[in-house]
Design a protein. Sequence first.
Length: 378
Amino acid sequence: MKEGYLDFDEYIIASEPHKREKAEAWKVAIGLQAVDGLKVSEYLKQTARKHIEGEITIDEARQLVKQYYVSKTQHDEDDENKEEADRVSANITKLINEPAFTFSTAGIISIHRSIFEGVFKHAGKLRNYGITKKEWVLRGDTVLYGRWQDLRMALDYDIEQEKQFDYNGLSMDEVIQHLSRFVSGIWQIHPFCEGNTRTTAVFTIKYLQSIGFKADNRMFEEHSWYFRNALVRANYKNVAQGIRQDYHFLNLFFRNLLMRENNELKNRYLLVNAPEEWRQSTNPEQVPEQVPEQVSNSVHTNHRLMIELVKKIGPESLSIAQLMKELGLKHRPNFLEYHLKPAMRDGYVRMLYPQSPRHPRQKYLLTAKGLALFKQLA
């Protein structure tokens, strides 16, 4: 590879427009993988630089990534996750840089197929079962997603309504409020088994481009988790607890995206019934000392093995194999019995995919209570 910048940001700041556009697309594509707790490989980054420098086409980059994992002789335990992140990132980059876009149900399905081609067997297929997902920002509750029997009809309806909507004469405040409701509605339908947030993000980027907006797509790279959690809050209501659908957080995201505002986007602000210090922190980097009573009456534990596990997980999401390696353990049954199960039972640790305990990419992360304990220990 000829001499180039090591950091994609340098291409964006100092390069020619065609290199800048490619670098921006790669950054967005890579950043979106964080939504599912995935990280790309160094090989993907090197391949991306070759594409940005013009040494290879995007299709050649995609083929190189595919071949890299086919021919790899030494396999690491996180290869499956990295392969998904690498191949999906290359596919998203191609989509973002393509000028073509079809604003229809078939268009959304095509985006999902193009993103996850060669990654998921169900790429481009509507889900055929009901789902629930426990959400940290909802304190373990779930959004009510669309019925699988109605997915295509729901998509058709939302898109047709958007086609008929007239933006003429609206202020930017009104435009953003409308876009928040449209995008959150598409996401809430949850048409696919996996990859809905990444598909929604790419669909949103392409749609905004198609209607003339010059969006700051770095928001999807830098705040992909916030984007997802804001979609959750926009689609959740609990009348019994006095919680209503809240578009405020998604509006802030779109204001930064389309109006270049600098609203502070912190995930802890989205927690339902968040304590005052979480909602109105005067120092954005200040870490809350305590978790609210609604999460737990006490975050303290004297369980030594549980404390060790919480320290090792921290802000990350780790597989059982990774956790055992971090703790220096080799006997899986003992780890499950004395470390993981007690931590989950007492509400310190949760699954990344609670609706599918045997998910092939299952990982474990801290709950709000676990994060509070981790911060106290730190």
